[in-house]
Design a protein around this ligand. Structure first.
Ligand code: MG
Length: 414
């Protein structure tokens, strides 16, 4: 059996060596789906390191099954529990804890690629550590580029490291771009499912509960990203991610709502030819391509059937109903540390919404208040320290903004 690589070379399956992979965020949605792939293709992939937040039980099961050389649990208080849960495993992996432990796992050993499935800005430092250790990044953590783009992009160049997108939209664009010559790309068209409330009238959005917002019509994902899909901030963040990944101007990145999630995104070339990548909505496919690139691994997954997929429809995104999209474009155009502020403000706003401390429609309000306050202090060419400080500041700014909204609401009630 042979494989056609995207660079046109033909490689025999048996000639392709086992690829060493490290996985950050192993117990989350991206992490467990990555391990499903590794389990399905033990002759293609080997797990070197694994890190997770605090789910000891699942982590212990994963360590038992995949036998990585090094592991880290981010929550230091759970270290003793993890150690005792895997005490009988022989040989023992190196067991670490805390942020420093996760960073150590990211840069450890002979892993060729690191899958970054950590949610939020917490993924930034371990990703930078992996890049500095010369490892390719299978990027499943948007925040790395959205917050850290101005710092990460020069580092990739310096260390000759590749960023392989594992997000379905960016994977689609990346796949379409294989074979497109330098300068051939004119426009990126990101597709959006439209989120949980695409068929709700805008007036009903004030009644949205947490339970409504964490149910996605097409994709099975973590809570934070599902809320981001409902506000369409997810698409806004993906616009910024596309800007940093593919070097496109914000004027040349468009969004189109495509409720069936069959076309994962498109590119328009200079001659107006449009290329798209299609498939059932299944995160495993972009994940597999991110860790197998430039190879194409044969799978037994359900092939796309266009007749069964049926009608594919498209519509313009409703910018009035979903103000988060324009907040993201504005932050992207402002550049510098503003995208880090947008990202952190959004993370904090979603956390407050999930704790039922703010309403669904207040998510964009508190983000906008934080971004407005940052305008005067926005740093072009921020350092990593500037980005971390902007992130910390934005979270506090959102908490303050939510308290302001709360006191206004109380005044209205009185
Ligand atoms: Mg996506």
């Amino acid at each position: 059996m042979s494989l056609l690589r995207d660079n046109g070379e033909v490689a025999k399956l048996s000639e392709i060596p086992v690829k060493a992979i490290t996985l950050l965020g192993s117990t989350g949605s991206i992490g467990t789906q990555t391990l499903d792939i590794l389990q399905q293709y033990p002759d293609r992939f080997r797990l070197v390191g694994l890190a997770a937040g605090n789910n000891v039980e699942l982590m212990a099961r994963q360590i038992r099954q995949f036998r990585p050389e090094i592991v880290a649990i981010c929550n230091e208080e759970k270290l003793a529990e993890l150690k005792s849960a895997i005490a009988d495993i022989d040989p023992q992996p190196i067991i670490l804890a805390g942020d420093a432990g996760v960073i150590e796992v990211a840069r450890y050993g002979d892993a060729e690629a690191v899958v970054t499935g950590i949610v939020g800005c917490a993924g930034l430092l371990p990703t930078i550590a992996a890049i500095e250790a010369g490892k390719d990044i299978a990027l499943a953590n948007k925040e790395t580029l959205i917050a850290g783009g101005p710092v990460v992009n020069p580092l990739l160049q310096k260390h000759g490291v590749k960023l392989l997108p594992a997000d379905s939209e960016h994977s689609a664009i990346f796949q379409c771009l294989q074979g497109v010559p330098e300068g051939g790309l004119r426009r990126i068209i990101l597709t959006a499912s439209g989120g949980a409330f695409r068929d709700w009238p805008v007036e009903r959005l004030s009644e949205v509960t947490v339970a409504d917002a964490i149910t996605h019509p097409n994709w099975s994902m973590g809570k934070k990203i599902t809320v981001d899909s409902a506000t369409l901030m997810n698409k806004g963040l993906e616009v910024i991610e596309a800007h940093y990944l593919f070097g496109m101007d914000y004027d040349d990145i468009d969004i189109v709502v495509h409720p069936q999630s069959i076309i994962h995104s498109l590119i328009e070339l200079q001659d107006t030819s449009v290329l798209a990548q299609l498939g059932w909505p299944d995160m495993r496919l972009p994940l597999l391509y991110a860790i197998s690139w430039p190879d194409r691994v044969p799978t037994d997954w359900k092939p796309l059937d266009l007749v069964k997929a049926g009608d594919l429809t498209f519509r313009e995104p409703d910018r009035h109903k979903y103000p988060c999209m324009d907040l993201a474009y504005a932050a992207g155009r402002a550049g510098g540390s503003m995208t880090a502020v947008l990202n952190a403000a959004n993370e904090q706003a979603v956390a407050l919404f999930l704790e039922e401390k703010i309403q669904f429609l207040e998510i964009p309000k508190v983000i906008e208040m934080a971004c407005d306050r940052h305008q005067a202090n926005n740093r072009q060419n921020p350092s990593l320290d500037d980005i971390i400080e902007a992130d910390r500041w934005a979270r506090q700014a959102v908490i303050e903004a939510s308290q302001k909204l709360e006191s206004v609401a109380q005044m209205v009630r009185v």
